[in-house]
Design a protein around this ligand. Structure first.
Ligand SMILES: CC(C)(COP(=O)(O)OP(=O)(O)OC[C@H]1O[C@@H](n2cnc3c(N)ncnc32)[C@H](O)[C@@H]1OP(=O)(O)O)[C@@H](O)C(=O)NCCC(=O)NCCS
Length: 175
């Protein structure tokens, strides 16, 4: 990387390239990435149900994070008594391996949090395999703290088979 990356919000024309980046560089032993789920996430971005923050090197997308306002992804583990509209969820995050370890993932999370905050969200959730060290490092750097860690055998097939659920507060709660 010889020049600064640009961070911007995706539009529907970005989703084909995002799909290709995620299906090529997202899969590893820790991640649960069924093709149907990735396609429906891309459709959510195209239809505006979710926003995607892109990291671009020139014209090329080298990373992204998908942000859902108004979604409680794990309702049974959510203790705050806020209206659903006050919750946000960050779905898939990926950075091209040629660009990893440079703070791009955590910058994407911070920008996804800023987008959710501007949408009126108070509490943002995110999750990964508890042993996914790169994800955990990225989430820690972006200010996420543990909300729960739980046995998740339907989505985690290696190691402890547990999911780490993180939260970050991005607005003061309305009372
Ligand atoms: C996870 C991912 C998005 C991180 O992107 P990134 O741009 O490298 O993230 P950042 O540079 O912001 O932060 C990564 C942090 O984790 C640390 N880290 C990376 N790999 C690590 C490892 N194997 N063990 C321990 N720490 C590790 C980095 O050192 C860095 O922390 P530091 O700056 O304090 O040293 C990227 O690795 C990726 O796309 N992986 C494949 C897809 C994936 O797993 N997505 C997340 C699923 S929830």
């Amino acid at each position: 990387m010889t020049h600064e990356l640009e961070f911007c919000q995706a539009d529907s024309s970005s989703t084909e390239e995002m799909f290709a980046l995620l299906t090529e560089h997202g899969p590893n032993q820790w991640n649960f990435l069924p093709e149907d789920g990735v396609k429906s996430e891309m459709q959510d971005v195209a239809d505006g149900r979710a926003a995607a923050i892109l990291a671009k090197d020139g014209e090329k997308i080298v990373g992204f994070a998908v942000a859902y306002p108004g979604l409680i992804r794990f309702p049974k583990l959510t203790t705050s008594k806020l209206d659903q509209s006050k919750f946000g969820y960050i779905g898939d995050v990926v950075v091209h391996p040629n660009y990893s370890g440079r703070g791009i993932g955590s910058s994407l999370l911070n920008q996804a949090k800023a987008f959710l905050s501007a949408s009126g969200v108070v509490e943002v959730h995110i999750d990964c395999h508890e042993e996914n060290a790169a994800s955990r490092g990225m989430m820690r750097k972006a200010g996420f703290e543990e909300l729960a860690t739980f046995h998740d055998p339907d989505r985690r097939f290696v190691g402890s088979r547990r999911t780490w659920l993180g939260q970050s507060i991005v607005n003061s709660a309305p009372y």
